[in-house]
Design a binder for this molecule. Structure first.
Ligand SMILES: *Cc1c(COP(=O)(O)O)cnc(C)c1O
Length: 735
């Protein structure tokens, strides 16, 4: 990769070269008619970028040492070569012996030995001991970068492990970790004969538990003997018990030469696995399936059908990985949900453990362990005074619950006039009709207006073109003074109005709202669906101003971004407003089928545990400061009107003209264009109209954060060129 002084340095460098050139000069062609071309240049270049894989690669691990891994590789590679494939091998770490050299010679591979075997220790010991005794440091990144090189060079690369999957390479890094980091499917070599079922099943189970895909098992006959019952039945037993592909049995050969392999093994080994269709064909099929069967949320589907959708297949930490193995930094936490990185081992384990005990049981008439434990924990961390937890499944329902509870509280207590809900302009509380009724984003909500119930809207400034927050507070005060006896509740997104484009409130506003509500006996509903769980730098946004709302709505980050779950917390006072005899019919008649789902609750408990074990919030503070520092540079860009930040929530408002604050027209899809540019550099973003949103997982490293901001800088900087072309930008959505 070309590293000029001001070139973007990618933390993903060792995964692959990013095709800088194609990004520097976006050639957005607009056909004469003004209609876009079907296959825009941007997307053509995208398919050239990323780890361009020539073929497939496999991690070969045995159930134990001395099972015949190297022999298996010789056999498979020879047979594949016989099929006309170019085969490469790699033995990342080797302790004693000369397997790598032998493989190179046997298979006549021209790659240098240092690439086939970058790390060699003298003694035949476990690698973590052998390399320490030789005073050699094994570097993961070096192995990965060499591997990527080999992978581009050959049709198939076979990577040989050392010992079994859990053999440590370093104290903190084992063979399985390497297989995962190389993103390889696993091929298990198992000894043919008595006593192998257990070892093989354990290896398969452990691999699957760790998220490593098991491609198949190949059996190796390690000595010449007459086949008894185990030899005849074990392969079938293993295949049947774990539903894995069996590649066949490598017979024992006195003299293993290319000729004997071709003569003896050819008919016994099934190569289907290696000859399977390449990923790009699979991607094409998935894209077709997507367009045939899916309807995407908040997405102009006409544009979508003309685009080449990116299909995510896996994730690792703060990265999403597509079906072709390209990695992308998850710049918006998978729509504001992910907290500690994807597939966090502790949360994953908690979900698995829970799944082994209880999948689901209803909260209607029953209770369950994780639901109780989570409720207790949420009450403990929430602002003091919120003592009851009502579960649902998503942010919108968490808001519906709060609205209905607030309304019914006053009904139950005989104050039948207190029915109205007050909300702010530009507010967003979800997409169900109740939450749309209190929503204020015209683009989303206008069309459904006749389906919604009437509410009272406070004209609230956007903090950029209009900064008169005092006027809004006066309006609220007057309203409450005059009509509090008709008002049930005020609902707000405290401190940051997310979907409105990350409007950040001036300090003290929330506290003043709370005081006004208290003074006039109006409930305050704090919708912290977006701001909750550390996004603003504290666990909840309300904590910044020591506000205890009457209702706290939580969802998005509640499970760390793993499973859908929501909670509405409220006070004892509200709860007691529903304690009547059944015959009075003052029960809260609301509940969703999956309320209190044990798996989701277990995930949420683990999420909270990770917050304390990893000191997420205290470690976050320097990242927030780094972000603030780096964002300053963006403010100087020609098309950046305003940069808004609260904690890890960032909105960058793009404008056509900085002086007059003239916005880009919506149909220019400028936010979308910037996000497409970022995607070329391996960053996933999703804009809100003309606002670029950055909301990375709290677990993001400083290096990744730095990369994210550099990519965004470049993408916005390039806007100068793009907008001069005056072309519309193809594909996807612009909401
Ligand atoms: C996302 C969001 C919602 C809606 O949550 P869903 O899970 O999408 O229903 C509600 N309120 C706020 C503040 C949000 O950001």
């Amino acid at each position: 990769m070309n590293k000029n002084k001001d070139e973007v340095i990618s933390p993903l460098d060792f995964f692959d070269d990013y095709d800088q050139e194609s990004v520097e000069k976006p050639e957005l062609k607009v056909a004469k008619s003004g209609r876009r071309e079907r296959r825009p240049a941007v997307q053509r270049t995208q398919s050239r970028r990323g780890p361009v894989k020539k073929g497939r690669a496999f991690f070969i691990s045995a159930t134990d040492t001395g099972v015949g891994k190297t022999t298996a590789i010789k056999v498979i590679a020879t047979l594949l070569k016989d099929q006309g494939l170019d085969v490469g091998v790699m033995k990342p770490v080797q302790c004693g012996g000369d397997d790598a050299k032998a493989l190179k010679e046997f298979l006549q591979i021209t790659d240098p030995l240092e690439e086939i075997n970058p790390y060699l220790a003298k003694e035949p010991l476990s690698p973590h001991v052998a390399f320490r005794r030789d005073k050699i440091q094994v570097h993961r990144d070096k192995i990965i970068s060499i591997f990527q090189k080999l992978r581009r060079r050959h049709d198939v690369v076979l990577v040989e492990g050392a010992g079994g999957l859990l053999v440590p390479i370093r104290e903190d890094y084992c063979m399985a970790d390497l297989a995962k980091d190389l993103e390889l499917e696993l091929l298990i070599v198992s000894r043919l004969g008595l006593g192998t079922i257990n070892h093989t099943l354990l290896t398969i189970d452990k691999a699957r538990e760790l998220g490593i895909m098991v491609a198949g098992v190949i059996f190796s006959e390690t000595e010449k003997k007459v086949h008894g019952v185990p030899e005849r039945t074990n392969p079938a037993t293993i295949r049947h018990l774990r539903k894995v592909a069996g590649l066949g049995i490598i017979p024992f050969c006195e003299d293993l030469s290319v000729e004997t392999i071709l003569k003896v093994c050819k008919s016994k080994i099934d190569l289907k696995l290696f000859l399977a269709q390449p990923a790009s064909k699979k991607t094409a099929q998935l894209r077709e399936g997507d367009k045939n069967f899916l309807w995407h949320p908040f997405t102009p589907m006409k544009d979508w059908l003309e685009s080449d959708p990116l299909i995510i297949d896996r994730a690792q930490g703060c990265h999403l990985i597509d079906t072709e193995g390209r990695r992308y930094l998850d710049g918006v936490s998978s729509l504001w949900v992910n907290v500690h990185g994807h597939n966090h081992p502790q949360i994953t384990a908690a979900i698995k453990d829970q799944l082994n005990r209880l999948d689901h049981s209803t909260l209607l008439g029953l209770s369950n362990t994780p639901a109780v434990e989570l409720a207790k924990k949420l009450v403990a961390i929430a602002p003091k005074g919120l003592e009851k937890v009502f579960y649902s499944d998503n942010g919108s329902t968490a808001v519906e619950v709060a609205i209905k509870m607030a309304y019914q509280y006053w009904q139950n207590s005989g104050r039948l006039e207190k029915t109205q809900l007050v909300h702010l302009a530009n507010s967003y509380h979800g997409d169900t009709l109740g939450s749309v009724s209190v929503g204020g984003i015209d683009l989303f909500h206008h069309v459904y207006q006749k389906l919604t119930f009437p509410t009272v809207k406070i004209d609230f400034p956007d903090g950029y073109r209009n900064q008169d927050f005092e006027a809004a507070m006066n309006q609220l005060q007057e309203l409450l003074k005059k009509s509090a006896d008709k008002i049930a509740a005020l609902i707000v997104e405290p401190l940051v109005q997310g979907a409105a484009g990350m409007i950040v409130w001036p300090e003290g506003l929330l506290k003043r709202m709370k005081d006004l509500c208290e003074q006039h006996e109006v409930f305050l509903i704090a919708d912290e669906v977006a701001t909750g769980f550390g996004r603003t730098g504290k666990m909840f946004a309300c904590e910044h101003e020591e506000v205890v709302p009457d209702f706290l709505c939580l969802a998005k980050g509640l499970t760390g971004g793993t499973l859908p779950l929501a909670a509405t917390l409220t006070t004892k006072k509200v709860f007691e407003g529903f304690l009547f005899d059944t015959k009075d019919q003052k029960t809260f008649f609301h509940g969703h089928t999956y309320t209190g789902n044990p798996l989701a609750c277990a995930a949420a408990l683990a999420n909270l545990k990770v917050f304390s074990v990893e000191h997420t919030l205290s470690r976050l503070q320097s990242k927030i400061a780094l972000m603030r520092e780096k964002l300053k540079k963006l403010e100087q860009l020609l098309h950046v009107g305003q940069v808004r930040q609260k904690g890890m929530m960032v909105g960058i408002e793009l404008v056509k003209d900085k002086q007059s604050k003239q916005p880009f027209a919506l149909q220019e899809k400028i936010g979308f264009a910037v996000c497409q540019q970022a995607r070329q550099r391996g960053v996933i973003l999703r804009p809100l109209g003309n606002v670029i949103v950055l909301m990375p997982p709290l677990a993001i490293s400083k290096r990744e954060l730095d990369y994210l901001l550099q990519v965004v800088y470049r993408a916005i900087e390039n806007l100068g060129q793009t907008s001069r072309l005056k072309g519309t930008v193809p594909g996807g959505s612009s909401t």
